[in-house]
Design a protein around this ligand. Structure first.
Ligand code: UDX
Length: 403
């Protein structure tokens, strides 16, 4: 099928490349010329394992022109939906994509794939197009292609039978349970899914904090708890909390939305609060051994919110490094991918933190080491050479926030 993808950020790029790999004729549109040029030259604007291999092979057309969507039967919209200060969502990019699609004369099916609050597709897209759907993505950074080709489920939200049959056709080759539902239900599925995963992490961290206080290793506890099939072991890894572009923002948006709908979401608020505090547990652990951080050389290994990505959005490292600098520590840092993005976050991070070109150099320059991201290269015990190590993510099983 000839299909379009509007918005070539992380989700859009993966979506365009994956559908093209499945044999569809894909047109990817983005208004940012530099992004389109990079994709055309085979360069991925974000770090994602496999992206450049797919880019080298793809037959997808990347363009800045909406007119190139001519002949497409279905267009996915994957533009950003950034949070607003009150926790709600900015849907201006979605509105403008819908406007540009209309102006270009496109009249086929329109299917947002960006995470949008329930009711958004009905309000923002449906008044302008006859054929409308909503198809949430469940792509985790670092494993997005695998998540696309081998998903646990595919959710097909639709308003009309025509769009539903197009959606069935584009996903024909994907072997997974396919759930068909109205667009508003499909929109809530995405939030409900992410909120539950956030809840699991916050629960594991709560148990971790209790475990630590009584000298128990929370990982032994979760190993047992996770074997209960009603619970499952995944997303019970205790640490310094969840970050990234999805969980924190989606949780805030759902809290906002819930209040607006007339329900005060006590549980979601607690998850938010638990996670907001969790990074400081590592700073507290360090201070319990080194009460005076002033002048202490602290090596921070890992800045990304998780391994295999250069993404630092809402990363626990932000709170931890800020707290260390505030206490007057001399912060040394190393991350295989995320140092560039981390420096851009603030003047303090670009001028006060000392960055190193490899992990060993960072460790050697420090009195103590904090592990913040579970990159594979940090798993080598020889790296630490007897230096005191405090773990925010369980890597070596040394002194950690919940073990
Ligand atoms: C997530 C969802 O997994 C994905 O389906 C959705 O579409 C977008 O949000 P992502 O943000 O890429 O993907 O990361 P994920 O791997 O889910 O991890 C999120 C955060 O939770 C990370 O900071 C991670 O370190 C943390 N986490 C995860 C834990 O602390 N413990 C766990 O057991 C699992």
């Amino acid at each position: 099928m000839k299909l379009g993808v509007v918005g070539l950020g992380y989700v859009g790029m993966v979506t365009a490349l994956a559908f093209s790999t499945l044999g569809h004729d894909v047109v990817g549109v983005d208004i940012e010329r530099s992004r389109v040029d990079a994709l055309r030259a085979g360069r991925s604007p974000v770090y994602e394992p496999g992206a450049e291999e797919y880019l080298a092979k793809t037959r997808a057309l990347f363009t800045t022109e909406y007119s190139d969507l001519k002949g497409c039967e279905l267009v996915f919209i994957t533009v950003g939906t950034p949070p607003l200060p009150d926790g709600s969502q900015n849907v201006e990019f979605l509105k403008s994509a819908v406007g540009s699609l209309r102006e270009s004369g496109y009249r086929g099916a329109v299917v947002p794939r960006s995470t949008v609050l329930p009711g958004t597709t009905e309000r923002v897209v449906a008044p302008y197009f006859e054929h409308v759907g909503y198809n949430p993505e469940f792509l985790a950074e670092g494993r997005a292609f695998r998540d696309f080709f081998r998903p646990d489920k595919v959710v097909l939200g639709y308003r009309d039978e025509g769009t539903l049959s197009l959606l069935r056709e584009v996903y024909e080759k994907i072997d997974a349970p396919k759930l068909e539902m109205d667009v508003t239900t499909a929109e809530l599925v995405k939030y409900a899914n992410n909120a539950f995963l956030s809840l699991k992490v916050a629960y594991a961290n709560e148990m971790g904090n209790i475990s630590k206080n009584i000298g128990v290793d929370v990982y032994r506890v979760m190993e047992a708890v996770g074997l209960d099939r009603r619970i499952g072991r995944e997303f019970l890894n205790s640490g310094i909390g969840f970050g990234g572009s999805c969980f924190p923002k989606d949780l805030s948006a759902l809290i906002f939305f819930s209040r607006q709908s007339g329900y005060e979401p006590v549980l979601l608020k607690a998850v938010y609060e638990q996670n907001a505090r969790q990074p400081y547990r590592l700073v507290d652990l360090l201070k319990s051994k080194y009460p005076l951080l002033k002048g202490l050389k602290v090596g921070v290994l890992g800045l990304a919110f998780k391994p295999d990505t250069d993404d630092v959005r809402e990363a626990p490292s932000i709170k931890i490094v800020s707290a260390l600098l505030k206490e007057g520590a001399e912060v040394h840092a190393y991350d295989p991918r995320a140092m560039g993005n981390f420096k851009k976050l603030s003047v303090e991070f670009s001028t006060l933190v000392r960055y190193h070109s490899d992990a060993r150099e960072c460790v050697e320059s420090s009195d103590v080491v904090l592990l913040l991201t579970e990159w594979g290269e940090f798993r080598n015990p020889a790296l630490y050479d007897g230096k005191p190590v405090f773990e925010g993510r369980r890597i070596l099983g040394k002194d950690g926030v919940g073990w």
